[in-house]
Design a protein around this ligand. Structure first.
Ligand code: ZN
Length: 283
C-alpha cells in the first residue's frame, strides 16, 4: 500500500492512482495526522483492506500539496558510509560498524519546494528512508522488515564545512539546518516490492544525473541496520532511519561541486517516486 500526507491529511493512494482521505473514509476513526497513524499501524493496514470507495484522481492534486510522510518522529537515525563506493569517494575505509548520527527533527521537510542554502559547501545525498511501524527492540535481522511501516525517498542535505568543524566530526549539526532533511513523496509498504533490499535510487541536478545506485549495495542492509540500532535503542513507531547514500556526492567529484541558488535537485527511488527541490539563497 501507498500512503501520503496530501493537503495535510492522511491519505491512501490506490492501485488505480486515486487518493482516499482516510479520516473521512473511516468516519474519524483515524485522524488526519499521519504521525499518529504509526501508533496504530496494523489497525490502519487492516482498515485499508476494507475501503471500497473510488477516491479522487491523484493527478488532481498539485505536487505542492504533498507533505512529509514522517513529519514528527521521536527519533531520527542516519547512517554514514553505507555504500562502499561512497566510502571510497569520501576517503574512508568501508566501515566495520555503521557510523550513526542524527538529523535533528527541525531539519525534516516536505518532498517538494525550496531548500534555503547556507554559507559553506552544501551537498546532496539521496537516501532510502525507512519509517518504523511496530516497536523494535532487540530485533534479529530476519525479522526486521516486519517492524517497518514503509519506505520513502530522502535527502540528507549536508553542509561539509560545518560537518568537519572541531576536534571530532559534527555530522548531526552539518546536516540539520532547516530544510536539510526532506522526505517523501509517499510512504510505500515493504510488501509492494519484489525485493525491498534491492531498490534503485539516484538524484539529478538540472537534469544531469549525479547519483545512481542500488540499495543491494549497502554495506549494512536495512535489516542489519535495524538489528544493530535496536540492539541499543528501542525503535518507536514513526521513527525515521536515513540509510546512507551511494557515490556521486559533490564532495567526492573532481572538481568538487556544491549546490547553488537556482539549482533544481530531483531525488528518486524507483517504485516510490521522486522529490523535487529548488535551491534558494539564504538571507
Ligand atoms: Zn547521508
Amino acid at each position: 500500500m501507498r500512503f501520503a500526507t496530501i493537503s495535510g491529511r492522511l491519505s491512501l493512494i490506490t492501485t488505480s492512482e486515486t487518493v482516499i482521505d482516510l479520516t473521512r473514509a473511516s468516519r474519524g476513526r483515524f485522524g488526519p495526522d499521519i504521525q499518529d497513524a504509526y501508533e496504530r499501524w496494523d489497525e490502519l493496514l487492516e482498515f485499508c483492506t476494507t475501503v471500497t470507495e473510488a477516491g479522487i484522481p491523484l493527478s488532481d492534486f498539485p505536487t505542492t500539496e504533498f507533505g512529509n510522510p514522517a513529519p514528527r518522529p521521536r527519533q531520527v537515525f542516519a547512517i554514514g558510509l553505507n555504500y562502499a563506493d561512497h566510502a571510497a569517494e569520501s576517503s574512508f575505509a568501508v566501515p566495520e560498524e555503521p557510523p550513526v548520527f542524527t538529523k535533528f527533527a527541525t531539519s525534516l521537510a516536505d518532498p517538494y519546494g525550496t531548500i534555503t542554502l547556507v554559507p559553506g559547501k552544501v551537498d546532496w545525498e539521496v537516501e532510502l528512508v525507512v519509517v518504523i511501524g511496530r516497536p523494535a527492540h532487540h530485533i534479529a535481522a530476519p525479522d526486521a522488515w516486519r517492524h517497518v511501516a514503509g519506505v520513502a525517498v530522502g535527502q540528507d542535505i549536508s553542509e561539509r564545512v560545518r560537518q568537519q568543524v572541531g576536534p571530532a566530526p559534527q555530522f548531526s549539526m552539518g546536516k540539520s539546518f532547516p530544510g536539510f532533511g526532506p522526505i517523501g513523496p509517499m510512504l510505500v509498504t515493504p510488501d509492494e516490492f519484489d525485493d525491498p533490499d534491492d531498490l534503485e535510487l539516484g538524484c539529478l541536478i538540472n537534469d544531469e544525473q549525479m547519483q545512481q545506485g542500488r540499495t543491494a549495495d549497502m554495506v549494512f542492509p536495512v535489516p542489519e541496520l535495524i538489528a544493530r540500532l535496536s540492539a541499543i535503542t528501542p525503535l518507536l513507531p514513526g521513527d525515521v532511519i536515513f540509510t546512507g547514500t551511494p557515490a556521486g556526492v559533490g564532495l567526492g567529484r573532481t572538481p568538487q561541486r556544491f549546490l547553488s541558488p537556482g539549482d533544481e535537485l530531483v531525488s528518486y527511488v524507483r517504485g516510490i517516486g521522486e522529490m523535487r527541490h529548488l535551491m534558494v539563497a539564504g538571507h
